[in-house]
Ligand binder design. Structure first.
Ligand code: NDP
Length: 429
């Protein structure tokens, strides 16, 4: 059963009410329900087996992105993030896009890349030919190193060879072998590294060179996911602004980011504001996705906007986001961290491709949320009102006092820790 992601008034519920709502609507097992209990976020004994020198765990707020309709299916999206207004903004835009028919997404095959670096070949051209002549044998050998992946329908599928740093380069000439592997539902870092390491001796033999690096490339440009949305201007209308004004402002904001790296970095940071929280909540490697996404944003030689925004013939605002998505629904921390396990049971995704498609839709929503605010009231109005609670806590407020102080900060339009401390002193008197 597809549970609606429209939950009016969810934000007004207490944490306990929200938990109960999710437990009941998803009919969560006792085990999953217990994963929502604060003591069981990540047991220290589990943490101690995940990394080294553990002295404890570090928590982040876990919220739910609502209203998402993606390819006709409702998704409630777990987001682990510390920054206020991200979850609210994504949910707000998802509601608008939902009224316009929802997000449409697609994903390529999940082909990840393993790199083998060969230096010191006596003849690089000959070495390249020798490797290519044995391409099928090498692919076969890579698959022999990971038969279980082949049994799942994946495995090494192709191989390419490049010579880099030819004459005139300040760096050593080298031969780079790319092994293309369908990693199925895993991100595939360990799979690829195992395969690349297994091929190294044969590659050395074929090239008469020396192999140094044998590792996954995080530039996963054959493992892409794309989300689009088409929004009639009437749905973009905002207090004091017509829908057309908002639409045109968004397009101009995109053009700014497309042509100016100083703006593009911030524009793209806003996109990652939506993407990283889902990557984290699902136990995936956010550094891997970040690195690939920013490299992809510079694929034409200049760092640029990850999204595009345009106006179609009917006057609708059309947004698109395509990014490499090196992630998995198995492996890494995805099936180890209790809250990540819970996240999968809320998301109900069946493949890594499906997760990738959802995540780019969230990134696109997040981008529109930021741009819409920027071209209308400015980002501070909504953000600072939500940020005021963090400011109150930074000034030492606890319990009910947090909301009391936060409200006063917003009323005075002075959302600063110094002012919050002054209010606290007055309150203490
Ligand atoms: P794992 O090493 O945990 O491997 C996933 C394993 O899951 C597979 O090897 C496979 O093992 C099993 N599996 C079960 N079902 C499936 C399925 N449907 N499709 C595919 N595999 C399945 O995870 P990854 O190899 O994905 O590695 C991810 C981790 O590697 C992340 O934690 C990341 O941080 C880390 N890492 C990242 C690097 C980078 O980004 N450059 C470098 C090194 C590590 P079996 O076939 O035996 O069942």
């Amino acid at each position: 059963m597809n549970i609606s992601s429209r939950i009016p008034g969810f934000y007004k519920m207490s944490i306990e009410e929200r938990k109960n709502y999710i437990i009941e609507s998803f009919n969560l097992s006792d085990e999953d329900a217990s994963r929502l209990s604060s003591q069981l976020s990540l047991p220290e004994e589990t943490a101690d087996k995940m990394i080294e020198n553990v002295i404890g765990t570090f928590s982040l707020p876990l919220g739910l992105g609502l209203n998402f309709l993606i390819d006709g299916k409702d998704y409630i999206i777990p987001m682990a993030v510390e920054e206020p207004s991200i979850v609210a903004s994504a949910s707000y835009i998802a509601k608008i896009v939902r009224e316009a028919g929802g997000f449409k997404t697609e994903a390529t095959e999940r082909i990840m890349i393993g790199q083998i670096q060969v230096v010191g070949c006596p003849d690089f051209k000959q070495a390249k030919e020798a490797v290519l002549a044995e391409k099928d044998t090498l692919i076969h050998a890579a698959n022999d190193a990971y038969p279980s992946l082949v049994a799942r329908g994946g495995g090494a599928e192709d191989l390419e060879v490049r010579i880099i740093n030819e004459e005139g380069s300040p760096y050593s000439q080298m031969l780079i072998v790319h092994l293309y592997v369908n990693t199925c539902d895993a991100m595939g870092a360990n799979i690829i590294n195992t395969m690349a390491e297994s091929l190294a001796p044969v590659v050395e033999h074929l090239t008469n060179g020396k192999v140094y690096l044998r590792i996954l490339s995080n530039y996963a440009d054959r493992c892409l996911a794309k989300a689009t949305c088409t929004i009639p201007p009437a749905l973009l209308e905002s207090e004091g602004f017509t829908g057309e004004e908002v639409r045109d402002g968004v397009v101009h904001a995109y053009e700014f980011a497309a042509s100016d790296p100083y703006r593009a970095v911030t524009h793209n940071k806003g996109i990652m504001n939506g993407i990283d929280p889902v990557i984290i909540a699902t136990g995936n490697d956010w550094r891997a996705v970040e690195a690939g996404a920013h490299a992809y944003a510079a694929r034409d030689g200049q760092y640029s906007s990850m999204t595009t925004w345009s106006v179609d013939e009917q006057g609708n605002l059309v947004g698109e986001l395509e990014l490499p998505m090196s992630l998995g629904i198995v492996g890494g921390a995805s099936r180890v961290h209790p809250r990540a396990k819970l996240a999968y049971n809320i998301l109900k995704v069946e493949s890594a491709k499906e997760l990738a498609r959802i995540i780019v839709a969230v990134g696109l929503a997040q981008n529109l949320g930021a741009l819409k605010a920027l071209v209308t009231d400015g980002i501070q109005k909504g953000h600072m009102a939500l940020h005021s609670r963090s400011v109150a806590m930074a000034a030492g407020a606890t319990g009910d006092l947090v909301d009391v102080i936060a409200k006063k900060l917003v009323e005075a339009q002075e959302i600063r820790v110094g002012y919050a401390k002054k209010l606290m002193e007055e309150y203490a008197k």
